[in-house]
Design a protein. Structure first.
Length: 285
């Protein structure tokens, strides 16, 4: 009896056995892909067209920074006049308000900057003026755009806290501000500013040698702003916060007290190397 077919079947079975034990490449789960973090950028959308009685026309775009610590908001316009071949350059400015859901989230000047609010869909309404060079277009109006910001807010590098949220009228209140640096980047320098409402008679003072009431006026003026305080902090380190104790004296008229922190970040000899952080606002009652 011939044995060749049996030998072929045996060899075929031996060849198939290791294939059965090894999963085919197309059956394996794909390795997870690393998604690169979205870089900061500028997001723009057409917001409207302004028209004049003599054929003037301006198309306005609204733009906002996406994912930057300080979000810049601006308006850009292209403009022209019917019946002319003049190539105009256009300048746009004004004010804007952004709504997030049912609430007014932010507002400011055009162009201007605010603290980045984080991801979300914002309906931005702006009252703008567009003027051309050479002269020929000068338009005003209201435009609207919807911008969806997607980048997460940058990780905070500094924090400002205060131990009280209110001060009282006709009283002196002691406030303790705590300034923390959480990032290993940057250095220990920062400027803490406290500002009351001008003209209310509020006085902000401290015995801390790092702080002064700002000097105003031309030399040799010695006039200082008693409603404002400027503190130069130089030893901020992660795990080593700075504390500033201040006295706020409120006269008959109430005044809120806002705080700001300016700080440095490392980028060699670049001109713009830091940021400004909005600290807590102390109200009055």
């Amino acid at each position: 009896m011939p044995t060749r077919p049996r030998t072929l079947r045996t060899l075929a079975g031996a060849a198939l056995l290791p294939l059965a034990l090894v999963s085919p490449a197309w059956g394996r789960p794909a390795p997870p892909r690393t998604v690169a973090a979205e870089p900061p950028g500028t997001l723009c959308a057409t917001a409207g067209v302004l028209r004049g009685e003599r054929g003037q026309r301006a198309t306005v775009n609204l733009c906002a920074g996406n994912g930057t610590p300080t979000m810049s908001v601006s308006a850009a316009a292209t403009c022209g006049r019917a019946g002319t071949r003049v190539r105009y350059t256009c300048q746009a400015w004004g004010t804007w308000t952004a709504r997030h859901g049912e609430k007014t989230a932010l507002s400011g000047a055009l162009p201007g900057s605010v603290q980045y609010p984080g991801p979300g869909t914002y309906d931005i309404s702006a009252t703008v003026r567009v003027r051309s060079a050479p002269a020929g277009v000068d338009l005003r109006g209201t435009v609207q755009a919807t911008l969806t910001l997607t980048a997460p807010p940058p990780k905070a590098t500094h924090r400002v806290q205060v131990d009280r949220s209110t001060v009282r009228a006709d009283a002196e209140t002691t406030l303790t501000y705590t300034v923390q640096r959480d990032s290993d980047q940057g250095d220990g320098s920062a400027r803490l500013g406290l500002i009351g409402e001008q003209g209310t008679g509020v006085r902000v003072s401290t015995a801390d040698a790092r702080c002064v009431n700002p000097l105003v006026g031309r030399y040799p003026s010695k006039t200082r702003l008693t409603h404002s305080l400027d503190c130069a902090l130089t030893d901020l380190q992660p795990g080593h916060p700075a504390k500033v104790v201040v006295r706020v004296t409120v006269a008959g008229a109430c005044s809120t007290l806002v705080s700001k922190l300016g700080y440095w970040m490392p980028r060699g000899q670049d001109l713009y190397t830091g940021g400004v952080l909005a600290g807590p606002t102390v109200t009055c009652r």
